[in-house]
Design a protein around this ligand. Sequence first.
Ligand SMILES: NC(=O)c1ccc[n+]([C@@H]2O[C@H](COP(=O)([O-])OP(=O)(O)OC[C@H]3O[C@@H](n4cnc5c(N)ncnc54)[C@H](OP(=O)(O)O)[C@@H]3O)[C@@H](O)[C@H]2O)c1
Ligand SMILES: [Zn+2]
Length: 330
Amino acid sequence: MKALVFDKNGLQNLKLTDYQDPETKPNEVLIRVKMAGVNPIDYYTVERLKVKPIPHIPGVEFVGEVVKVGGYVKNIDVGDRVTIYGKIFDGTCDMCMSGYETVCRNGGRIGVDVNGGMAEYIAVEGKYVFKLPKEYSWELGSSLTVTALTAYHALKEAELRPSQTLVVFGASGNTGQFLVQLGKKFGAKVIAVSRKNWLKELGVDLVVDYSEVEEKVKEFTNGKMADVVVNSLGEQFWDKSFSVVGVRGKLVTFGTLLGANAKIDLSQLYSKHISILGVNRGNRKDFVELLDLCKDCKVKTWKVFKLEEGREALEGLFSKERDGRIFISI
Ligand SMILES: NC(=O)c1ccc[n+]([C@@H]2O[C@H](COP(=O)([O-])OP(=O)(O)OC[C@H]3O[C@@H](n4cnc5c(N)ncnc54)[C@H](OP(=O)(O)O)[C@@H]3O)[C@@H](O)[C@H]2O)c1
Ligand SMILES: [Zn+2]
């Protein structure tokens, strides 16, 4: 089969290559991949993460059609359109037992710790494979495994409630697009912090620029400030994001796109009863709920690349012209 493969870290080493066809074990499903969503994690995977196996096929987020089903797998048939839950879990540790597969003590990530979906075919254990409801296009479907799941889990963990105010930094980004739409589904008022003006099309109540976020959030909330703030950009906007959290509010993070070192004024933290929450991807239960909840979600696409353009697709993540999601059609 054709696959994007690298044999040592570095984007320059990512090449379209002939790779041995995956075998399908009795507990596995063979998927003909149709589309992969491109995420920062794919870029980090190629550039610097320690991966297995080497040579490695990246791709944490993908959808496709089932072409073969191992004998032990029930509920999945040849021809099904499928998506995957992408966190590897053992099902036996205390975290898995309490429904937190996303932080399984013996866990990993499909696309990092085993080969991913930037290939024509992938064999995946049946427990990770879920039927894609008919409402999902390939693009929306390949925005579930990482992008929408992380957004949904973050809002659940923050216990966002109807009529509360949610502020999302980097709202036009992959996770941002889903945070704002899911925030509306939770019944919240949503403020998008973004350099783009099309966020209104995703149903947000207010779009503000990074430079004016404090005054605009203050005005919008009559001085109460936000109940939940999501900052996956990290350091660069940490102070700004902290400054718009209101009394008993929560600041949620799952990423450090623009730096990982943040300072915090502890006196502000305790005097306002603020909580800081770190979250990571999401659980299987979240994934099943999301499949049902996000059927009418929208995805703003910037570009769809071909498999042989994998390098350009990954580089596009950091392009100044980028205006929405990047996909690879396979
Ligand atoms: N832990 C997890 O499970 C998990 C899951 C998903 C993502 N993440 C992490 O979360 C972070 C965000 O992921 P994402 O996929 O949403 O990223 P993304 O699609 O690249 O979005 C980032 C957004 O940040 C805004 N931004 C502001 N200043 C920027 C700058 N100087 N350079 C680039 N972007 C800038 C842009 O939005 P505007 O144009 O709207 O300003 C951009 O669209 C990444 O670090 C990612 O690795 C972690
Ligand atoms: Zn576990």
